[in-house]
Design a protein around this ligand. Sequence first.
Ligand SMILES: C[S@@+](CC[C@H](N)C(=O)[O-])C[C@H]1O[C@@H](n2cnc3c(N)ncnc32)[C@H](O)[C@@H]1O
Length: 283
Amino acid sequence: MALSARPDMNVEEFRLIQEFVNERFGLVLDENKAGSLAAKLVPRLDDLRLGSITDYYYHLKFSPQNRAEHLNFISLLTNNETYFFREEAQLKVFSDFILSVLKENRMRAHDRRLRIVSAGCSSGEEAYTLAMLLLESGQFVWDWDIEVVGIDIDPAVIAKAEAGLYGGRTLSVTPPHLLERYFRKEGDCYRVKEVLQRITRFQQGNLLEFADHFAEASLDIVFCRNVVIYFNDSTVHKTVEGFARALRPDGYLFLGHSESLARITKIYEPLRFPGAVIYKKRI
Ligand SMILES: C[S@@+](CC[C@H](N)C(=O)[O-])C[C@H]1O[C@@H](n2cnc3c(N)ncnc32)[C@H](O)[C@@H]1O
């Protein structure tokens, strides 16, 4: 039986792809995406000289070259929408509260290291926003070792983040004085300055394999906003447990404003602020 939206991906093929995507990347593929997905797969089938979506599924699952194809495939599936200074209320809590608490804790322990991760960083806007706010806070100067690390499964967006060149609407809510301070104009676009790039780094990786990228108790804050909204509950659970392992005992987790852990886990304590809920790891 063929799916109505796209006759060249049948129900069984869609189910196989759906299971694979959920198991490997945590993403939930909606059945109404079958048509658009089938269309996006046409160039992949052509490139690989495969005759059907079933062949493509077997290639993804079993071929020796499948790791490389996973990266091509994932670029077709992800929603990469992002922009600088997204969700102001949360950023205010980060700047006005969390950074001060963590600075005090670290100073007391004579430990001047701060690590922040933008998990599901897309093209880097969130990571560079956090880097700007860190520098603007003026709290981590001199001999502090600070870094914001962006990680995303999609290699295409990681390449954009590393290039650090932005144009169009992504900068539209960036305060003008910060645009001036941290960006250089290049034609119609803006490139992040070296001062931001020095404390920011990007890497390709799957959040379901977080422990492969970040050591236990090595991180202070994880931002994972507008990512788990595409996961099912058990994948959200696995993902935020991975974050908890990588966070220090006094670490914090920021999720998107429509993402909640209420039904998912009790390993974090929700802290309520005006317009924002932040999660603190329970020790
Ligand atoms: C909608 S963007 C959110 C970007 C940014 N966090 C923000 O809030 O503006 C979601 C990003 O999550 C990434 N993503 C989805 N599943 C992932 C996974 N399993 N591992 C790593 N990144 C993932 C996607 O590639 C996409 O770039």
